[in-house]
Design a protein around this ligand. Structure first.
Ligand code: GDP
Ligand code: PGA
Ligand code: MN
Ligand code: MN
Length: 602
């Protein structure tokens, strides 16, 4: 028997049986039950430094840099599978195999895959342990990088295992980098495998991941549990698991609002969540930057909570001008950086962080100067940092109920067509906006960058079931509200519209507070808007631009609703709806027809 199975720190029979079964299959050298302690963090970070997986970042307390294998830098959507019994239940937007096929295929891959390595058992909880039903998970992994990342990103360790007791339900999440070591074989700094599978069994609520060490593929509480498995749970239980930031906005009069925002990966969630308003008297506090669980409150309103414990932010573009609160969060240390540059002074640097250093080591470990051809940091390089270090974290963050939502923003990265902000007519129109959301692809996923694709509710890679059923669930959530006026108002934003020279029309970042102000004033019935074919839109004079040095033509262009551009969008939406097929709710076809007739197209 491998060490670690004797005298385990739990009497949860189901968990013990699963751990024993995985150990027998993967044959690790030893099993370690992760306790989440500082001592564990110290031991593992020291080991990883000794192995060359991590390099200390001396300029920041207790911080480290990881350089991944250059082929393991982002989520792998092509290799992500939803394994429902019936392929229809995975729908036309997910990769599918039968559960039997995937179990057989991956069992073969897992056989002996932890040879020569340590198998870590990480008890974790997504969301508060004080929740009515705590959302437990256990990740088994052979990556110490995953363990220390989970220290930051999730509530984990002994207190979670104790809270699970002897019989709590949990989501088993198995991860192996797929790089067994033969006796005497020396390890590489970033073990992984060319063969990758990120598989989900929504019916049995299980996750199996193989071959990648990158965050979104390996920190299984995040995308895999809190979004893909979570969305399937939400469908069955009447709630929503969404790819959303959550923020609290306080107006100069002291009125408090809560806003969530669904933007695709690398399209501005972390930045908006930590926004520093440029307009006087307004205050933003952070609740979450990537995932929100939306449930009904006792007051009949929709409440949002953040199941995560850390921030996993895109590094490039982050600095004191764009996102000062993210900088303040990482300055406090205890931060893991992945695929950024390290300066001679021993600090991190990436594109967009002020003046480049004269000399640095780039994300691949090569010498880098401002004259070097390539980027110093991978475009999807990340900082992983405790959310508790965020100086503007809301005091409601720990509340298991979350916060009542006033407005939902959908948004994407579009150079054309989509105005800075549009308000939906009603809930169903808002669902239509979300269902037809489009965005240019980014470096957050492996594949071509800058291609416009439909990314419904920013959930294309994360819906754990049929997208048509998912839209129906959204519409149904609106219907199950006891009072439509209690539902959040829906808005569609685009910070990324460009001028003819390719520059952004809208200054973005802290200036987005001006858009939030218009949103709130719409809720209060104070701000003006005009009704256009696509919804309610502000005129330039409706946006507060006081103190903003901006060309009025650019403002007008950023707000413009161009019927010709919208007509060109129609066939793309039609194609998208046709692809979703017969499970697409008829209400959404009706919304498209109504939009067509408002645009004068039949
Ligand atoms: P997330 O992945 O959705 O959390 O997106 P981030 O907030 O990390 O932002 C992704 C990238 O977009 C970063 O490089 C940001 O600097 C950039 N970004 C974020 N907000 C804005 C904005 O309002 N305007 C512009 N132009 N870029 C932005
Ligand atoms: P992001 O999170 O949305 O902050 O980019 C990671 C991801 O979605 O891959
Ligand atoms: Mn994300
Ligand atoms: Mn983010």
């Amino acid at each position: 028997m491998v060490t670690g199975l004797k005298n385990p720190p739990t009497d949860h029979a189901g968990l013990l049986a699963w751990v024993a079964e995985v150990a027998e299959l993967t044959t690790p050298d030893q099993i370690v039950w992760c306790d989440g302690s500082d001592a564990e963090w110290k031991r593992l970070t020291s080991e990883l430094v000794a192995f060359g997986t991590l390099e200390p970042v001396p300029a920041k307390p207790d911080s480290f840099l990881a350089r991944t294998n250059p082929n393991d830098v982002a989520r792998v959507e092509e290799r992500t599978f939803i394994c429902s019994t019936n392929p229809e239940d995975a729908g036309p937007t997910n990769n599918w195999t039968s559960p039997e096929y995937m179990r057989e295929t991956m069992t073969d891959l897992y056989r002996g895959s932890m040879r020569g390595r340590t198998m870590y058992v990480i008890p974790f909880c997504m969301g508060s342990l004080e929740a009515e039903k705590p959302m437990f998970g256990v990740e088994i992994t052979d990556s110490a990088y995953v363990v220390i990342s989970m220290h930051i990103m999730a509530r984990m360790g002994t207190h979670v295992l104790e809270a699970m007791g002897g019989d709590a339900e949990y989501v088993p999440a198995l991860h192996s980098v797929g790089a067994p070591l033969e006796p005497g074989q020396s390890d590489v700094s970033w073990p992984c495998n060319d063969t990758k599978y990120i598989s989900h069994f929504p019916e049995t609520r299980e996750i199996w991941s193989y071959g990648s060490g990158y965050g979104g593929n390996s920190l299984l509480g995040k995308k895999c549990y809190a979004l893909r498995i979570g969305s399937a749970m939400g469908r069955d239980e009447g709630w929503l698991a969404e790819h959303m930031l959550i923020l609290r906005l306080t107006s100069p009069e002291g009125k408090v609002y809560h806003i969530t925002g669904a933007f695709p990966s690398a399209c501005g969630k972390t930045n908006l969540a930590m926004l520093e308003p440029t307009i006087p008297g307004w205050k933003v506090e952070t609740l979450g930057d990537d995932i929100a669980w939306l449930r009904w409150g006792e007051d009949g309103r929709l409440w949002a909570s953040n199941p995560e414990y850390g921030l996993f932010g895109v590094a490039p573009g982050t600095d004191y001008r764009t996102n000062p609160n993210a900088m303040r969060t990482i300055e406090k240390g205890h931060t893991l950086f992945t695929n950024v540059a390290l300066t001679e002074e021993g600090d991190v640097w990436w594109e967009g962080m002020g003046e480049p250093p004269a000399n640095a080591t780039d994300w691949k470990g090569n010498e880098w100067t401002p004259d070097s051809e390539g980027l110093s940091s991978h475009p999807n390089s990340r900082f992983c940092t405790p959310i508790k270090q965020c100086p503007i974290l809301s005091d409601a963050y720990e509340d298991p109920r979350g916060v009542p939502i006033d407005a939902i923003l959908f948004g994407g990265r579009r150079a054309t067509t989509i105005p800075l902000v549009t308000q939906a007519r009603d809930w169903t129109h808002g669902v239509y906006m979300g269902a037809t959301l489009s965005s240019e692809t980014t470096a957050a996923a492996v594949g071509q960058v800058g291609v416009v694709r439909r990314d419904p509710m920013a959930m294309l890679p994360f819906i754990g079931y049929n997208a048509g059923d998912y839209f129906d669930h959204w519409i149904g959530m609106g219907k199950s509200a006891d009072d439509e006026s209690k539902l959040p108002s829906v808005f569609y934003v685009n910070w990324f519209r460009r001028d003819e020279d390719g520059g952004f029309l809208w200054p973005g970042f802290g200036e987005n507070s001006r858009v939030l102000k218009w949103v709130v004033e719409r809720l209060e019935g104070k701000a003006e808007a005009v009704e256009t074919p696509i919804g309610f839109n502000p005129r330039p004079e409706d946006i507060d631009v006081e103190g903003l040095d901006m060309d009025p033509n650019d403002l007008a262009a950023s707000l413009k609703v161009d019927p010709e551009e919208w007509k060109a969008e129609l066939p793309l939406v039609e194609e998208w709806f046709t692809k979703i097929g017969n499970r697409l709710p008829t209400q959404l076809w009706a919304e498209l027809d109504a939009l067509k007739s408002r645009l004068g197209v039949d």
